[in-house]
Design a binder for this molecule. Sequence first.
Ligand code: WTA
Length: 651
Amino acid sequence: MSSENIGKHAIPAGQENAHIKAADYDRLYAESVNDPEAFWGREGKRLDWIKPFTKVKNTDFTFGNVSIKWFEDGVLNVSVNCIDRHLPARADQTAIIWEPDNPSDPAQHITYAQLSENVNRMANVLRDLGVRKGDRVVIYLPMIPEAAYAMLACARIGAVHSIVFAGFSPDALANRINDSGAQILITADHAPRGGRSTALKSNADQALLNCSDKVKCLVVKHTGDQTTWTEGKDIDLKALMADAGTECEPEPMGAEDLLFILYTSGSTGKPKGVVHTTGGYLVYASMTHEYVFDYHDGDVYWCTADVGWVTGHSYIVYGPLANGATTLMFEGVPTWPDAGRFWEVCAKHKVNQFYTAPTAIRALMGKGPEFVEKHDLSSLRLLGTVGEPINPEAWNWYDEHVGKGKCPIVDTWWQTETGGHMITPLPGATETKPGSATVPFFGVKPEILEAESARPVTGNPAEGVLCIADSWPGQMRTVWGDHERFMETYFQQYPGYYFTGDGCRRDEDGYYWITGRVDDVINVSGHRMGTAEVESALVAHEKVAEAAVVGYPHPVKGQGIYAYVTLMNGVEPTEELRAELEKWVRGEIGPIAKPDLIQWAPGMPKTRSGKIMRRILRKIAENDYGSLGDISTLAEPEVVDDLIENRMNRG
Ligand code: WTA
């Protein structure tokens, strides 16, 4: 169905008190892009500054010269903005509701006073261990309150955190520790999830075998189950916190000092460390959290992401806490003990705003509406999605069964690199269309360019690659340790623009529809995975000669991982080997990288110069072999027939 045929959904009733109303959007948007100094100068004041900024924007997208600075002469501390400044009015208000994996274990309600105490204690522990401003700390934790304490403790003393999702393998963890040069790793004994438990500490032990022996391992004894323990190297974090002082002087930070590094997959090479700084990032996270979720004092807000991803950074911890909100942290999974868990938690804690990924909605939709209907969802006022395009069927199911037709749905398009929402409805201002992220947020200037010519496509409708024409405060500043790579990845191909890597359509009404990645990144259950990473994991196996990985449409995950594998001469392709390779990739990267389909490929379609033609592999994986295009430039066109003959997902 074309976008023009899908009707707009009117703004649901009850949005009269929304922060941004329909009448405000056009005026504020125009100001934000025409006079960013005035607009952001005002929004910058939503934070408490130790030394107020006098400069607002100083940004340059020129390739070779890219530099992004916001509020550059301001001085602040992020943890003070997320904690201390709320204490006079909200010491006893719940900051974090922690819902454990097992529903029969008690939830915790952590007040702002308790958050302050825990963060200060942990900050003192880190300082006592010699951690100073600018030092990196890697965090490898499950979804427990200590993950938030660790982030804020780093922010308090000016250390730069780098969170590694607890589902990543020891190798992936070691690479990130080494690339960031961290000398502190914070982990936990075990990570319960969905009734099972991952031995996180033993993953950490394995990772540290490949790191400098200077790296200290701080362990949160979370489940209390047995782990290995090396005296002198492993440190019991909770025990040190119990002895530490409850006041830790915050480090004054320049607005452009680093807040965190978060590794994310790109189209080539190893994951890159996306760098975010303190001032602009926090202004942007706070503002988008308030306006996009229409957060009001007293609301209970829940984002189901993991703090290992950017969504958890901006919309579980920094945005909500900067706004003095009550934010829910969930340790478990949507389908355990049953497919009603999300809704049970919403009912139990009277959640007002609920934010999740389309893949979760599709998975739950498949289990039937009875799991939703048995819970009281009357507290819900707003629903959100993020991570991948949402298909209209899933949108409508969410609207009807979860929102009961009464909740605005915000489909928020953004990226690790953008720090916060970029294209999204505002609940009191924007009519929605199922599947469209709708219109740009304040200060965001999307532009659709012709992929080949790099010419802007003006007028509507338009289709091409999505670029952004000017900077916004939440934008990443550089790639950790490699500013050249930053410029080459995002500013070279389309000069003068930030290139998002996404394809996009703009319809007759000027609404944006993200069509998915145009580079070699695939989006599996809303998680970014570089095809190059999975390929290098596969070829690291002794029986694999060559591997090519592409994405294909998957009914629940959005995209699945399709791997073409050429085995070493003389190696038999067997089902056992297939299972072994799946396990191998899980071990090399983590469960999220496990190929969904592995096809044995005696030959790959290559150009005469030896380059694999992924376009063809993608078409075969998509079952779209009728439109392979020109294959005459292939060195051996007949390999294509074999690949089609043996394709894995026959439709
Ligand atoms: C995709 C997650 C369509 C997109 C915050 C982007 C989306 C990548 C949406 C970034 C959405 C994210 N509609 N596609 N609402 N949100 N994406 O860095 O391809 O993990 O480039 O950030 O996810 O993924 P990342």
